[in-house]
Design a binder for this molecule. Sequence first.
Ligand SMILES: NC(=O)c1ccc[n+]([C@@H]2O[C@H](COP(=O)([O-])OP(=O)(O)OC[C@H]3O[C@@H](n4cnc5c(N)ncnc54)[C@H](OP(=O)(O)O)[C@@H]3O)[C@@H](O)[C@H]2O)c1
Length: 334
Amino acid sequence: MRANVNRYWVLRERPTGLVTPAHFDMRESPVREPADGEAVVRVRMLSIDPANRAWMFPSPTYKAPVAPGDTMHGFGVGEIVASRAQGLKVGDIVEGMVGWQDYAVLPVAELAKRDIKGSIEHAMGVLGVTGLTAYFGLVEIGRPKAGETLLVSAAAGAVGSIVAQIGRILGCRVVGIAGGPDKCAWLQRELGLDAAIDYRQGGLRKAVRSACSNGVDVYFDNTGGEALDAALFAMNERGRIVCCGNLSQYNADRPAPGPVGVPGLLVTKRLRMEGFVVLDYFDRREPAERQLKAWLDEGKLKSFETIVEGLENAPRALQQMFEGYNLGKLLVRL
Ligand SMILES: NC(=O)c1ccc[n+]([C@@H]2O[C@H](COP(=O)([O-])OP(=O)(O)OC[C@H]3O[C@@H](n4cnc5c(N)ncnc54)[C@H](OP(=O)(O)O)[C@@H]3O)[C@@H](O)[C@H]2O)c1
């Protein structure tokens, strides 16, 4: 391997409030040679995820936190450029926690080979973690039936835009919550949603009740906060709330108090509220990916990506995600 230089972003300090580029420093060092059992990955695409911000909290989430001075953690796809690992050869495409850097040197156990036949964007979006999160969360936990009403928050984002479309494919009436009139118009025009609610207008409880006049059977919660509160008051008996994420709180200095309806409405309406982490479903990844691919090929499912160019723009992309910049999956191409 050539003595390449690795550019990498380290976390300068834990943010309080909105994460910005000022919380990161870019550094450079030579790419180290792989040890036995390791491979060097040239990172091609990074996934920008709300969870990137949650990993900056000092307490662990479903993984260890990022500490000041650490290379910023990040999921990505890349190409093997040097290998001393069995089963990985130069030219293989892999995915894993490569971090915000040009080159990652990782043990084979932390890399998964991907057979990417179509676009790398699809492999990181609709046919990757994002699509699987939408699929397993909705199908296995939400268990929607045709004719039911599905409400989705962050509906124009990566997971939300796929959840909303799967809901339609399964015959649900689908209502999305998103920020701003343009996104709401896009949800109805491009994704064919039955209604869209702009949460920035306020009055969310009333807006949800009016858009979901038959009540909500499944609420897919990407945001927590006000949207969860509004959904709880509109749920039908035996409704299901899929807790996928809490992105309204990831930049909060201190967590907002819980929604008013918990636990009272859970009891009286016999609701089921269940969280999940998509990694727990990875042993059943293949059939789910096949289903998502079939829907894509049949034109029933559309994939949307917002691509930011250059590793140097990763911190800004993360900030912009929390300002509503992306439609569909947000990626940084290196
Ligand atoms: N459980 C799992 O295994 C799993 C896996 C992947 C992701 N997730 C979770 O799924 C959720 C969606 O993730 P994603 O990757 O699809 O991201 P995403 O929805 O693309 O996230 C960005 C979007 O969120 C909206 N947003 C930002 N700040 C907000 C706020 N304060 N309140 C309400 N909406 C806000 C913005 O859209 P607007 O313009 O509409 O505000 C923005 O475009 C996140 O909570 C994430 O942590 C969970």
